[in-house]
Design a protein around this ligand. Structure first.
Ligand code: NOJ
Length: 557
């Protein structure tokens, strides 16, 4: 195996972990997590096998959209720490072989941003054209609005400005005008700043909206938004050849593919696989992998040097916007039947364990899938211990409750008065008494130990991250079987989507004597007949990874 190559393009076999500093670990007792706190708990992530931290926005903010409303792209929210703390964190991470990427939220600013304050104050402001203004906005309805429960138009009249401004998201988040070269220049400067401080790239917020050129007064201002993305990537590569852009692009596959750029991948390094994620939930609701298989077959190959970012949950609602209405209702019925679990009519504000009634076997099967399917797995903090949501908290914050470290006060997150926490803890079945890091860390049967094992094996199997994936045919409808081949090596993985045991025959190789299938997630081996087939059994929601050994193969650990 060409391990030097795998080490070079690190993102292709990374384990990304998304967290919000504010809810991770509070060291000064003010109820708000801080950068030093993350530093103190970084070994938890290193032990788990995480190789890349994705920090949700940590910039100065009025915090009306959990930090996605920024007032200074070059700053650090003083509640969380200082630039010194960020640099020290990056060093701590590097010490453990981990990279750090930052959320880059430059589609919009907060309306409190000094640029917008200046822009709205006068038509002569040097920042006026940094935003998108209209005397008479185009007719629109709530269709293109991202948060339809709060907003009914993309345009907001500003009394002070005497004009309407464009906002894709909340009205307190005016869109920047990327058709303006000064804005483009500034975005590069922001990226360059954080790269200099040691960041290894960015998770780019809302990419398709960022590239919108509604602000162009002359079409020649910005002929092709993809040219702009290409420029950003080239600039990134010039500054730091190892840096990545991990883009939020929730579009159908053919459109998403365009954001990777040409075959070499000269735009986004990675795109999140929103389609695969939604089809996975449909498969789980139906207890059969059909929709997931269809998605995997339709999913375009990532660019040669790119990769898909795969995930089970993130910090937003579990969006089901790309399913049909009927399919969405199927998923709602299975995993979020009550109205208060749903959001915007298109998603669920839940974490996975409560959706599954805390069925541990089913949870383990899903995470086994995440680490064995092609793509770079992205975890959301707390998934490793099976945290739940707090539905008493409004909106998307239901899934953004503090990390649960111990069974103690505030789950060991903070010594502050619970009333001072920015988001209240979960309580009950999924609260810290029952779900916490300390209890799971040394328990070999815990979910956390399972995820640690999955990460360890995923990292030891470049076939999974680098290989060509083939879905294997067989006669058990509830089982998803696939193999990944890379440079003559093969890993086979099987997953049972149903609560019934399954038995099936798989053709894993051409005919020949001496083939072996070695278990990777336990001590064991499956027999392979001389015709290249194997008969396998899976428990309800069972999962198994096997490496194929051909006669004479050197055993890869
Ligand atoms: C996408 C982010 O994931 C979401 O949390 C945020 O509200 C919007 N972009 C606006 O920045």
């Amino acid at each position: 195996m060409r391990l030097t190559q795998t080490a070079d393009l690190w993102w292709k076999s990374a384990v990304v972990y998304c967290l919000d500093i504010e809810t991770f670990f509070d060291t000064n007792g003010d109820g708000v997590g801080d950068i030093r706190g993350l530093g103190q708990r970084i070994d938890h992530l290193a032990e788990l096998g995480v190789t890349c931290l994705w920090l949700m926005p940590f910039y100065p903010t009025p915090d009306r959209d959990d930090g996605y409303d920024i007032t200074d792209f070059y700053g650090v929210d003083p509640r969380l720490g200082t630039h010194g703390d960020i640099v020290e964190l990056i060093r701590l991470a590097a010490d453990r072989g981990m990279r750090v990427i930052a959320d880059l939220v430059v589609n919009h600013t907060s309306d409190q941003h000094p640029w917008f304050q200046s822009a709205r104050s006068s038509r002569e402001s040097p920042y006026r054209d940094w935003y998108v203004w209209r005397d008479t906005p185009p007719e629109d309805g709530p269709e293109g609005v991202v948060f339809p429960d709060q907003e009914d138009s993309l345009w907001q009249f500003d009394e002070q400005a005497g004009q309407y401004y464009l906002h894709r998201f909340y009205k307190h988040q005016p869109d920047l005008n990327v058709a303006n070269p000064e804005v483009r220049e500034e975005i590069s400067r922001v990226m360059g700043f954080w790269l200099e401080l040691g960041m290894s790239g960015f998770r780019v917020d809302a990419v398709p909206f960022l590239l919108e050129t509604a602000g162009a007064t002359d079409a020649s201002d910005l002929p092709d938004p993809h040219d702009y993305l290409r420029d950003l990537r080239a600039m990134l590569a010039r500054r730091n050849g190892q840096a990545v852009l991990l883009g939020e692009v929730n579009l159908p596959y053919p459109e998403t593919q365009k954001f990777f750029g040409d075959e070499d991948g000269d735009e986004l390094t990675m795109c999140f696989d929103f389609i695969g994620m939604q089809q996975l939930y449909l498969s789980l609701a139906r207890s059969e992998p059909g929709p997931l298989i269809k998605a995997l077959r339709e999913r375009p190959k990532a660019a040669e040097e790119g990769q898909w970012g795969t995930f089970i949950r993130n910090h937003d609602e579990l969006t089901l916007d790309k399913l049909t209405d009927d399919e969405r209702q199927e998923v709602f019925k299975a995993f979020g039947p009550e109205e208060h679990m749903q959001l915007y009519g298109r998603g669920l504000r839940r974490r996975l364990p409560p959706m599954f009634g805390n069925d541990q076997a089913r949870l383990r099967m899903v995470y086994s899938l995440l680490f064995s399917m092609p793509g770079t797995p992205v975890l959301f903090y707390g998934e490793e211990i099976g945290m739940g949501e707090n539905l008493a908290v409004e909106g998307r914050n239901a899934v953004r409750t503090p990390m649960q470290w111990t069974e103690g006060f505030n789950g060991g997150f903070s010594v502050a008065d619970p009333a001072d926490l920015t988001v209240p803890m979960v309580d009950g079945e999924f609260g810290p008494d029952n779900v916490n890091v300390a209890a799971q860390r040394r328990d070999p049967d815990s979910l956390m130990s399972w995820i640690r094992l999955l990460i360890q094996e995923y990292r030891a199997c470049p076939e999974l991250s680098w290989g060509d994936c083939t879905v294997l045919e067989h006669d058990a409808p509830a089982v998803f079987a696939h193999k990944s081949d890379f440079e003559g090596c093969t890993v086979v993985a099987v997953h049972n989507f149903s609560d019934q045991p399954a038995e099936f025959t798989l053709a894993v190789a051409g005919a020949g004597p001496g083939l072996r299938l070695i278990d990777l997630l336990k001590v064991g081996e499956a027999e392979v007949a001389d015709d290249g087939t194997t008969r396998l059994e899976l428990e309800p929601y069972g999962a198994r990874w096997l490496r194929l050994l051909r006669p004479g193969d050197r055993y890869v650990i």
